[in-house]
Write a protein of this length. Structure first.
Length: 166
């Protein structure tokens, strides 16, 4: 057995195992890395959301949660306000029409960047999950389907003559 291991070590450099890891990840070490990463993330969340936070931190966390609910409830609120008191609503809209155009551009940029960044981060998460699923599917397919030798369907006449030496 030692002779075979020495021969394989000579042929493959660091051995068969290190050569295989070039083409296939070490699943045990990969699981350990993902576990360590998950534990680090949970530890970070635990320190961030511990109960001894200041009032300012709790206030800022509350403000960070406001934009989507404000928009979700604000739009129906406009319709309700317009039907309940049309004169009051018309006065408010007239006031908004007097706002300078650069301020509208600034507001549009802020809202676009906020929701665009949110959409971008979510799409990256979804894409990463899809790629992980595809990689696992390919790995499973490779494991279940042994590599089968390719056989020629018909013999090439020229190659046959060359092999026979005629």
């Amino acid at each position: 057995m030692g002779l075979i291991e020495n021969l394989m070590g000579f042929v493959f450099g660091g051995g068969v195992q290190s050569t295989v890891w070039v083409f296939r990840k070490n699943s045990e070490k990969s699981d350990i890395r993902s576990h360590v990463l998950q534990q680090a993330a949970l530890t970070q969340f635990a320190t961030e959301f511990r109960s001894s936070r200041s009032g300012f931190d709790r206030f800022i966390d509350g403000v960070n949660c406001l934009p989507r609910p404000a928009l979700a409830f604000g739009v129906p609120g406009f319709f309700i306000a317009a039907t309940v008191d049309p004169i009051w609503f018309a006065d408010r809209m007239a006031g908004l029409s007097l706002m300078l155009e650069p301020l509208w551009w600034l507001l549009g940029a802020i809202v676009s960047f906020y929701f665009g960044a949110l959409h971008q981060s979510k799409s990256f998460e979804i894409r990463a999950q899809d790629m992980q699923k595809q990689a696992e599917s390919i790995e499973q397919t490779l494991q279940t389907n042994a590599i089968k030798p390719v056989r020629a369907r018909h013999e090439n006449a020229t190659v046959a003559e060359w092999r026979n030496g005629t």
